[in-house]
Design a protein around this ligand. Sequence first.
Ligand code: BGC
Length: 745
Amino acid sequence: MHTSTSLRLRHAALAAILSTALVGPAGAQFGPPRPKPTGPWMNKSLPADQRADLIVAQMTLDEKISLLHGGGWGLIFAGPEAPPSKSVGGAGFIPGIPRLGIPDLQMADAAVGVTRSALFGRYSTALPSCVAEAASWNLDLAREYGALIGRELRDQGYNMTLGGGVNLAREPRNGRIFEYKGEDPVLAGRLVGAEMKALQEQGIVGDIKHYALNDQESGRSYVNVKVDKRAIRESDLLAFEIGVKESGAGAVMCSYNLLNGDYACENSYLLTDVLKKDFGFQGFVLSDWGGTHSTVKAALAGLDMEMPGNTYLADAFKKAVEGGQVPMARLDNMVHRILRSEFAVGLFDNSPERQVPDVFHGLEVAERVAEQSIVLLKNANAQLPLAVARVKTIAVIGSHADVGVLSGGGSAQVDPMGGNPVLQPADTPFFDRVIWHRSSPLKAIRAKAPHADVQYDGGTDPAAAARLAKASDVAIVFVSQHSSEGGDHPNLSLPHNQDALVSAVAAANPHTIVVLETGGAVTMPWIGQVSAAMEAWYPGIRGGEAIANILFGDVNPSAKLPLTFAKSEADLPHPKLTEQPPPASDKDMVEMFPGFKDNTRKFDVAYDEGLLVGYKWYDAKSKTPLFPFGFGLSYTTYEYSNLKASKDSVTFQVKNTGARAGAEIAEVYATLPAASGEQFNRLVAWEKVRLAPGESKSVTLRLDPFYLSIFNAEKDAWELVPGEYIIQAGASSRDLSLRGSVHMN
Ligand code: BGC
């Protein structure tokens, strides 16, 4: 990972804060029970907006302003009015107003599970990464993912998530790909929408982030993204639009970067014109941590909450309101938005009851998600599944597969249940630690093949690993790539000489199977040498078991790639990552809270591929990827036939032509009429079809006109271009065996 100096400093400071938090029971207490609030806004039968208005009318200026900023991690910026003991220790905390029954807002990072809970001795489930969830293409599973996180947040005393990442994988080296949902706006948007809706049903305020175009971490606080309106509306912003509309999420977090000259958190086009007006977003916008840069400009542009800190939306804001630079109506609207999101999910009506999360339910969901998210990439000569009766010796190699599976870091890091099995030097900064979850693939493989001799080699010496592989019937090589926010991968290669490890093992054993634990796409120069490969992402607390279930065929793989795997960096829209120029000053600490004022390092990155994100780029430029978007194998085979397309829907048959039951993700793409100016396919519908051996099903999918529309930047509106639409269906973006067409007026 490339981690900037400033980020390291910030991480060091956070680590200090966190270790202080460990000392005292500061966040552990919930305080005395709140008196039952009274007031007309407590009438549950009134709509959330009306209840919010009733309460805003009762509030003093200071009370209103107190809701617009807060502290974090239980301690910092707590201020006299916010005794830290009231925070349960999450990344964000805003004290409520007991007089009016306004609850404390307790926010936790929770992209793949509730984070940092172990500071207070609690357990939370580490789910497979978000990109893994996306590889399931399964909206029901996304709902389960969201419901589980929501429930564990509530169990731990939180009432708002900071999860919900949906930035597109436009830059595949982005260090946060694992927190996002791939490269397609419709797939990503629908998944985050389903997840956040289910999370909110648990009585938790949902969040979608990082709005917007925070598609690389390199220089994330200074990078000015330049990209045109139509391109963003049809790519990154479309994912947010679908997610916001389908979930009714209470909050959107604006991002660190600038877009077309303005910081996202003071960008009136992004926050007001698009999010609040066009998308009809009713909730509040909070800044990413330290991402607020002004008072009047930010408030007028649409920012509703500064987090964490009180530089811009506290005293300075009061002065701006009193001086008339920010109208009182705007302040009221900010407070209204926050409170209506709280009312909407029941924060006033149900106070969380803290309890130990249901650990076993968590494990069960985590394993199911992992099993539906592992993508089988190659399976020459039906190498997999392994036949227990025939395999006598197995070499398991690399990536600490003896003790666990890798996880993603940064603010998405879920504490490892039972501790990190891979010891790190004691002085490793908190955010630089590489955490493994105690779900050992080696143990799970041994359990599947109790009569086989299963040996492990750490993989640090390719020659030694090759010797073990040579003496074994099959060799299973685990390769991994750690990711964490604040830095990108310098390239798409596996780190630490792992390509050489795989090549050495494959040269020694023709039955070599590679299991990848990566944040996103990597290159695989050895793919022609191995017999099988599967992408397991960061597979979560039951990853080892899920991997073994797939290796031995207890589970038939059904996942498909939610992002393209390139053959090499040369095929990317930007062969070289646009990196942050060297710091112009040594004021790294300025990036720390409160407020980052040093703008001297701003630099531009032109995303001139525009809306050609991911597979659209490869299609438009006729480039062949290593593995295309939507690709994934199964232990059975499927046949597609008989497509009929109408204006509103498409129908076709899918048949399981193999000997095993399976689930096929059937994908539908559209090519728009030439007048659209878009000569590539776009994903418009899909369904996961479960099929017994020999079974055939008819699949009918709705063609949503919105997903077929283009954004007309001059008219500032979506439109359906009249003409001929080609509709194709099949197994991946590059395997579309069925074709039809429809005429739209
Ligand atoms: C991240 C956010 C996160 C916040 C609070 C920031 O560094 O970008 O995603 O929610 O910290 O931890």
